[in-house]
Design a protein around this ligand. Structure first.
Ligand code: SAM
Length: 305
């Protein structure tokens, strides 16, 4: 097991233990959450770390400079984004090794959560460099706590893959997921994602659409996948979205409809889809196993006029 020094557990009010940097002393990588819309969500500690760090590694320096200007902070920034993270990480780690303190920021929310940072944090830990996280704004958890969905167990899915096969695989894997699921989505891809989620998990599945959290046009709507898809078929989505989707009913729970009803649903879907796909969707919607729906479908086809 690898241990590494974080060195600042007791630094509740002061971001750093001291202002000095001795020879051979290692630096610290601070992970700094920044607001997801409302600048007042910047914590005093996060502000102090930005003020006192030797430099800031920012996903987009043009975005972070606006926050720094708002806070009246002038600080050296280096860009650190998904296209340069490997090469840039080496330089940042070298500076940390020499004892500097770096504040890692993404455009909004927590770095390393659907944002650059994971690689740098892994490398810093490998090199025994202290990594200090500052709790801060995060869109997924902000959405979850206000969603009205089950919060005891949940799974963060971030953005669904764009590649067709990878996306289908992910959605299939999620059909049996019993925990509440959290998705990020860009507005121009929202409708397609609602369509795909509805097909995979069932139109009746409960969903909370969380839009523009912490901003002027914040909206939190508890609905279903089918109804949200209908809404955004008509309306152009605006702003940023988190989708909080209820998990599948537990396997031991009674299915929501009878098997014969699921088979009827599959038969009607089979007018436009291959039988196996129709059975898969009806199974996902009803909670019955796909094989049972398929068998019942075939039986009804044979016995009904
Ligand atoms: N690292 C960030 C975090 O901790 O939440 C997430 C960054 S990810 C690149 C951006 C996505 O987060 C957006 O596409 C949207 O799905 C979600 N998001 C960010 N801010 C949001 C907000 N104010 N309201 C709703 N969703 C938001």
């Amino acid at each position: 097991m690898r241990f590494y020094r974080t060195g600042c557990f007791r630094r509740a009010s002061r971001p750093f233990t001291d202002g000095k940097r001795g020879k051979g002393m290692q630096g610290i990588l601070y992970i700094v959450g920044t607001p997801i819309g409302n600048l007042q969500d910047m914590t005093p500690r996060a502000e102090a770390v930005l003020r006192e760090a030797d430099f800031i590694a920012a996903e987009d320096t043009r975005v972070t400079v606006k926050l720094l200007n708002h806070l009246g902070i002038k600080k050296e920034m280096v860009s650190y984004h998904k296209h340069n993270e490997r090469e840039r990480a080496e330089r940042i780690l070298a500076r940390l090794e020499s004892g500097e303190k770096c504040a890692l920021c993404s455009d909004a929310g927590l770095p390393a959560i659907s944002d650059p940072g994971e690689f740098l944090v892994k490398k810093a830990i490998e090199q025994n460099i202290a990594v200090v996280p500052l709790p801060g704004p995060n869109a997924a958890l902000t959405a979850l706590c206000a969603s009205g969905q089950d919060t005891m167990r949940f799974v963060f899915e971030g953005f669904l893959p764009q590649n067709k096969n990878a996306r289908r695989e992910r959605l299939t894997a999620l059909q049996k997921e019993e925990r509440t699921m959290l998705f990020y989505e860009a507005p121009h891809k929202l409708h397609k994602t609602l369509l795909d989620l509805g097909e995979a998990l069932g139109q009746e599945r409960s969903l909370t659409v969380c839009r523009e959290l912490t901003k002027m046009h914040e909206e939190i709507v508890k609905t279903t996948l089918g109804k949200a898809e209908e809404r955004y078929r008509e309306e152009k989505p605006r702003g940023e979205f988190v989708l909080v989707v209820a998990g599948a009913p537990a396997e031991h729970e009674a299915p929501r409809i009878e098997l014969w009803q699921a088979a009827e649903r599959a038969l009607s879907l089979a007018a436009e889809l291959p039988a196996s796909e129709a059975a898969r969707r009806a199974a996902a919607e009803s909670g019955h196993p796909k094989s049972a729906v398929y068998r019942e479908m075939q039986r009804r086809k044979k016995t009904e006029p």
